[in-house]
Design a protein around this ligand. Sequence first.
Ligand code: UDP
Length: 354
Amino acid sequence: MRVLTVVGNRPQFVKAAAVSRLLRERAEEVLVHTGQHHDDALSRVFFEELGLARAELQLGVAGGSNTSQLARMLGALEPLLAEVGADAALVYGDTNSTLAGALCAAQSGVRVVHVEAGMRSFDRSMPEETNRVLSDDLADLLLCASDTAAENLRAESVVGRIEVVGDVMVDVALRWQASARTRAEVPAAYGLEPGAYLLVTAHRAGNVDTPQRLGALVDLICALPAPALFPLHPRTRQRLQEHALMERLAGCAGVTLTEPLGYLEFSALLCQARAVLTDSGGVQKEAYLAGVPCVTLRANTEWVETVQAGWNTLVDLDLARARAALEREPPTQRPQLYGDGRAAERCVQAILEM
Ligand code: UDP
């Protein structure tokens, strides 16, 4: 069986790192990097640290609006799919690369496998939600991280086969978090003490694209009740500069800004933080796995189980709610939510049986 895997951004490299090695033991995989995230900090470091095979094909598509990026990816993918002669296309998550891979394969009569299918924020203003819903509609095999995701798909009457396999990001996190917890030198390098600092990430369009929301985000971060480390996603850095908010953020006492970090350094910082503030999907799950309280800078989440379990609080950009969430004691229980760390094995098995 020949599988064409399409990846393009940071969380997809993490997800593919879990599946690709196992898939290559039992099938032929051709990895395509769309170029959505192409720089060293968001791309190369993940391939190196997580042992992801070099992409066989590079599309070099980056920048522009979501629509133009999608169109360019489709144009580049179509001839490749025919050339490679793939039996299936494998896509991850909810980005332009996901939808491009799914749509192009479906149009070419190639079966579509969607890993992390069925996640829903029910917020159609998020570009990611459109990508998820459309990719799920096109998929022949829908591999879900949770029962909630599978229920979402049944409610939408998708035509593909639904299987709950667990979350492949958990596979990677479980592999690295034990050692991440012991690396006290990582927070120390930023002058931070384990258990006494906050780790912040933010890059969603809804939080950084307008000056009003970005200003509220900066105000919130500057008023946090502990030292905070904020690795800046390039999109966030660009918007801070465009909206003349960079100086204000950089000048906030107690806030340290860095470039985006590699997976292992970020993981060490996350596992030893007092709490995490984020609008990332992946980081919400990783915080839960690490037993670190999460404050989500959004009004909704796809990872609802982390909220129900009491470890994640949705505060949007409301400072008072963020402060209150940071003061709450975390629950004593932390049930297994997204699988046992062997989701990738189940993904590969399901793909081979397709
Ligand atoms: N991450 C990282 N370095 C950082 C910030 C995040 O390695 O500076 C990792 C994080 O551990 C997680 C993934 O990137 O595995 C999440 O990616 P992102 O927040 O870009 O995407 P999302 O999960 O929101 O789709």
